[in-house]
Design a binder for this molecule. Structure first.
Ligand SMILES: C[S@@+](CC[C@H](N)C(=O)[O-])C[C@H]1O[C@@H](n2cnc3c(N)ncnc32)[C@H](O)[C@@H]1O
Length: 194
């Protein structure tokens, strides 16, 4: 089985990739990550979804492709130049809301248990403010992170932080986790019901 031969990309992806490459933005999600996110989004009808770290909107496009018409996606980034790519290409889709703000500041304004899916793809909400990110996930909802296998663009000292994060998630009694050696290395954490 060749996984990607079986996966159709969102129609918006080509335009996003062209502009991502033109900007030399090096942190875009890969197709396997996108396909997984799309499937998770499709499992949650009438849902509110959150992405921390829009980048140029690659994962945003995959999430939107899985969501039903009644779902909404909020995506947050601090970099106006990269987020503008996503706004230009995906902005016509009324289900997506772009926020230009620090992810932690955004998280701390959200009521608990707001989102059915959180894709935490920036350092805040993952390596800092983990509790803030987990608190906004609804029972039964997904908290998803990637880049857990060694990546060439990891900064000095980052490698030591990854097992600490994984152990924290594994030890959290409010979660059940699925670590996957898929794409850049993914964990899907499901918030347990009360
Ligand atoms: C890994 S990239 C996101 C990639 C994108 N989700 C995708 O699928 O292609 C991380 C993003 O986090 C953003 N970022 C960095 N610090 C941030 C912060 N404090 N709050 C929100 N976003 C931040 C960066 O500007 C960058 O666009």
């Amino acid at each position: 089985m060749t996984e990607l031969d079986l996966i159709q990309s969102p129609s918006t992806l080509r335009a996003l990739i062209d502009r991502t490459e033109a900007l030399l933005f090096p942190m875009a999600s890969e197709p396997k990550t996108g396909a997984l996110l799309r499937a998770l989004a499709a499992s949650k009808p009438r849902a509110q979804l959150l992405e921390l770290g829009t980048g140029t909107g690659i994962a945003t496009a995959w999430l939107l492709d899985g969501m039903d018409a009644a779902s909404t996606l909020t995506t947050v980034d601090t970099d106006p130049e990269v987020q503008q790519v996503a706004r230009d290409v995906l902005g016509p889709d009324s289900r997506v809301h772009f926020v230009l703000e620090d992810a932690l500041a955004f998280l701390r304004r959200q009521p608990a248990a707001t989102f059915e899916l959180v894709f935490a793809d920036a350092l805040p909400g993952k390596y800092e403010g983990l509790d803030d990110a987990l608190s906004v996930v609804r029972p039964g909802g997904f908290y998803v992170i990637d880049d857990l296998l060694p990546q060439p663009n990891w900064p000095e000292g980052h490698a030591a932080k990854v097992p600490v994060l994984l152990q924290r998630l594994a030890a959290d009694p409010t979660l059940t986790i699925i670590p996957q050696a898929w794409a850049s290395g993914i964990v899907i954490a499901v918030k347990r019901g009360r």
